[in-house]
Design a protein around this ligand. Structure first.
Ligand SMILES: Nc1ncnc2c1ncn2[C@@H]1O[C@H](COP(=O)(O)OP(=O)(O)OP(=O)(O)O)[C@@H](O)[C@H]1O
Length: 451
């Protein structure tokens, strides 16, 4: 059954009231109630009307006063004022106070009212839809739900996400490609008090530098050729919510200083404009680079670095997350099976070993692609070793091109195995065919660490 759309009509002129009542009631979805004065209407607000039309000059309260009292009870309830006089000042004043529409009594009123009600209903249903989607998104990104993993390295990340979510501190997330930086940024947003406000993401590396400024700060009509209307930038879009700047290390120094100013002054001016727009947002930046190194190299301004660093969160590469590889593999197997409506497939022992012995240069994103492909390639309900195919771009040459010393490569390999086998020194020594003492020595000399 369709829930009726309840309209209260407040009108002291009995004849005009009847006309409005009759006319609006022509739509069978509308349930219209007529009141002769403001007080009676206020007394019935508990019936939860969806819309109220108010005659501006009532015997007990004037329209503005009645509107104020309605707003006190329900700030989101739309009110249309209908007035016998066309007084621009009163109309502007009322619209500024937040009335949904101001109509003048003349031959067109009933048509204008009809259209106004339709517009208000559309806005209300869009609002409800946005709210529903927002709640759904919130659930999707609850970090217990969205970020899968049990490894000690990832658990540290969970603690930091919680700390970040409780405050408004800026956050900087570092980690190799595909480690889940954007996922973590969303998890922080949706666990924070700003969760009902927008989460806006932009990748600094994906936009040509000459367009980036107007993309971030917006522009006024006529700011440059082609600027035919005003455009709001990402900062304004994210106002009251969270702005996620991905690949922040790619930002040119000139834009770094502009951004720094905006962050310090907490306001911006659109390109080609003068108006100052106040900002209140949480900034989360992400990069696969080491920001402190970029400062040393001179490509990142130091003052900018201190502005954005906030709470640093370092995401471990997948190869350092031990059994999380299998946990995630099963999660992706189930998700792919559900999406394609077949029962989940299972990994054979050999397939599991193949996954565990791989380095995943593309991290979780790569694992997902491998599992999706394996689900398609396997003809039974088992994923065999042969169904697991690695198509990584990173090669042995990439690894060797890092030009580390032999000692550094050794430490790198020991660290990798320690993390893979959950800090089990005995198992790491066996796998690498070395003595435990070599590992203890490396630990003592802080060449490697237990994470
Ligand atoms: N712990 C995790 N649990 C479940 N899914 C994950 C996890 N980490 C990453 N993913 C998934 O892996 C994919 C890549 O994640 P995301 O885009 O957040 O990585 P990123 O670090 O931001 O990558 P890039 O640096 O390339 O932008 C996404 O589909 C994401 O949902």
């Amino acid at each position: 059954m369709i829930t009726p759309f309840r309209i209260f009509v407040v009108e002291d002129d009995p004849w005009y009231g009847k006309i409005l009542h009759y006319y609006l009631s022509l739509n069978p979805d509308y349930q219209v109630t007529l009141f002769r004065n403001g007080k009676d209407c206020l007394a019935q607000l508990n019936l939860k009307p969806n819309l109220i039309t108010v005659d501006y000059s009532l015997p007990d309260l004037n329209g503005a006063e009645l509107f104020r009292q309605i707003k006190n009870t329900d700030p989101t309830l739309p009110v249309i004022i209908i007035s016998a006089q066309s007084d621009i000042h009163t109309a502007v004043g009322l619209l500024k106070m937040g009335v949904s529409d101001y109509l003048v009594k003349d031959d067109n009123t009933k048509d204008l009212l009809w259209n106004a009600v339709i517009r208000i209903r559309e806005t209300q249903s869009l609002r409800q839809e946005v709210e529903r989607l927002r709640q759904e998104l919130g659930k999707k990104y609850e970090f217990g739900e969205s970020i899968k993993g049990n490894s000690p390295a990832l658990k540290k990340t969970f603690t930091l996400i919680e700390k970040a979510a409780k405050t408004t501190i800026n956050v900087s997330i570092t980690g190799e490609t595909g480690t889940g930086k954007e996922l973590v940024a969303k998890a922080i947003h949706y666990a924070s008090e700003r969760k009902k406000q927008p989460f806006v993401a932009i990748n600094m590396a994906a936009i040509p530098s000459e367009l980036l400024e107007s993309e971030l700060f917006g522009y006024e009509k006529g700011a440059f050729t082609g600027a035919v209307t005003r455009k709001i930038g990402k900062f304004e879009e994210a106002n009251k919510g969270t702005l996620f700047l991905d690949e922040i290390g790619e930002l040119e120094p000139m834009l770094q200083s502009k951004l720094l100013r905006v962050l310090q002054e907490k306001e911006l001016t659109r390109v080609g404009g003068n108006e100052r727009v106040k900002l209140d947002l949480r900034l989360i930046v992400a990069t696969h680079q080491n920001l402190a190194e970029l400062v040393k190299k001179g490509s990142l301004r130091e003052d900018f670095y201190y502005r954005i660093i906030g709470l640093p969160i370092e995401l471990p590469p997948l190869r350092h997350r031990g059994n999380d590889i299998l946990l995630l593999a099963n999660f992706f197997l189930e998700a792919f099976a559900a999406e394609n409506r077949f029962p989940p497939k299972h990994l054979t022992k050999a397939a599991k070993e193949k996954l565990l012995s791989y380095g995943f240069p593309g991290n979780v994103r790569e694992l997902k692609a491998i599992i999706d492909l394996a689900s398609v390639m396997s003809d039974t309900d088992l994923i065999e070793e042969a169904d697991i195919r690695f198509n990584a771009v990173r090669s042995k040459e990439d690894f060797l091109s890092e030009e580390k010393t032999l000692k550094e490569y050794t430490a790198f390999i020991i660290q990798h195995y320690l993390q893979k086998y959950n800090n089990n020194v005995q198992l790491t020594a066996t796998k690498l065919g070395i003595g435990k003492s070599t590992i203890y020595k490396a630990l003592q000399e802080k060449e490697v660490e237990l994470l």
